[in-house]
Design a binder for this molecule. Structure first.
Ligand SMILES: [Zn+2]
Ligand SMILES: [Zn+2]
Length: 387
């Protein structure tokens, strides 16, 4: 039987999101119904709302989620009802030209749900990044479900579904940071802070956090940055060279994604150094760099999509690190809200007041307590400046 549940939908470009009833169909053979437990509020949700992704309104937002498997399709083998899963927006197909060469982390054809979710009048919804998890329940393709350890706080581990994985993976998978490297991270929101944590895990001997906001630099220090640099205090490129013996960092990770920061990253890195772009630029941005510098400096200029992660490999690993106290995933959770708090969370994100607001189902922004039983805002928060 199709089910009617509450969900957060962006009806039209720029309009505040609405909490409405949607219809979730029965699962097809390779589909899974997931009862959503938590879902982080990401910049990409806001981009959808603002029409920055495409015009396929109405969008069912939310893509950084954990839940319990409720029902599985007849051909599903990866998960069972009751499993705790983190949802991944990369669900490798296994057959595209990337997957065929063993490069599943580059899959060009992620397998999402085929059965449409709709408004109660039958209007089909476009689920954000193929997931649509600001909802009590959603339907996803089997490949989007990554089973993880039951003991971990779902609000924390759900952040692996997007922003934390993107930042961590930019450092660990894309760069990849090597033991003894010096690293700078431009932009210390959720993605940047995760990159700082990843760089340290990979063995960086120095991690320099750069941001315009002293509050974010303080949070970056909490994630282990060895040095901080306020980008408004002078020449960032020179300062990064000064902090690294006059040479520049081996790896510079741009978690902002603007031409200005990219140029700083390009110019600050050491000869033969690496730049990793993980912040998402706007479509109208352009870059003007001298080609001879591009050639003469050598090294590598890389982009990091979703931290080049393989969710089935990386999510369980990072949950283990969290449970062992080696990755402070919970420090990314600034506040726990209800489904009715998403619009306000967008504004907090824009004002740079939070690292991640996390929807906990059963909770309410206006109510006293979430089902997580904890509405405390931690000291560790910053706005996510990347995806
Ligand atoms: Zn594929
Ligand atoms: Zn995201």
């Amino acid at each position: 039987m199709p089910q009617t549940v509450k969900a957060v939908v962006a009806m039209s470009k720029g309009a505040p999101v609405e909490l409405v009833d949607i219809v979730v169909p029965d699962p097809g053979p390779y589909e899974v119904i997931v009862a959503i437990e938590t879902c982080g509020v990401c910049h990409t949700d806001l981009h959808y709302r603002e029409g920055g992704i495409n015009d396929e309104f109405p969008f069912l937002l939310g893509h950084e989620a954990t839940g319990r498997v409720e029902t599985i399709g007849t051909s599903v083998t990866k998960v069972q009802p009751g499993d705790r899963v983190v949802l991944a927006w990369r669900a490798p197909c296994g057959t595209c030209r990337a997957c065929a060469r063993g490069r599943h982390h580059l899959c060009f054809d992620s397998r999402h749900q085929g059965s449409p979710m709709t408004l109660t009048d039958g209007t089909p919804l476009s689920p954000a990044l193929g997931l649509g998890a600001f909802a009590e329940k959603t339907i996803v393709g089997e490949g989007a479900c990554v089973k993880v350890d039951d003991r971990a706080d779902p609000a924390a581990v759900g952040l692996l579904g997007c922003g934390v994985m993107a930042g961590w993976g930019a450092a660990v998978n894309t760069a990849p940071v090597q033991q003894g490297d010096t690293v700078a991270v431009l932009g210390c929101g959720g993605v940047g802070d995760a990159a700082i944590a990843g760089a340290l895990y990979a063995g960086a001997r120095q991690v320099i956090a750069v941001d315009l906001d002293d509050r974010k630099l303080e949070w970056a220090r909490g994630f282990g940055a060895t040095h901080t640099l306020n980008a408004g205090s002078g020449d960032v490129v020179q300062a990064l060279k000064d902090l690294t013996g006059g040479f520049g960092p081996d790896v510079v990770i741009d978690a902002v994604g603007r031409p200005e920061t990219y140029q700083q990253a390009f110019e600050a890195r050491d000869l033969a150094g690496t730049v990793v772009l993980v912040g998402v630029p706007n479509p109208d941005m352009r870059l003007d760099l001298p080609l001879i510098e591009y050639f003469g400096r050598g090294g590598a200029l890389k982009s990091s999509w979703y931290g080049d992660c393989l969710p089935s490999r990386d999510f369980p690993l990072l949950v283990d690190l969290f449970l062992q106290g080696r990755l402070a995933l919970d420090a990314f959770v600034s506040e726990r809200i209800g489904l009715d708090g998403v619009e306000e969370a967008f504004h907090k994100m824009e004002r740079g007041e939070v690292l991640r607001s996390v929807v906990v189902n059963g909770g309410s922004t206006s109510g006293a307590s979430t089902s997580g039983g904890d509405t405390t805002v931690t000291a560790d928060g910053a706005t996510g400046t990347g995806r």
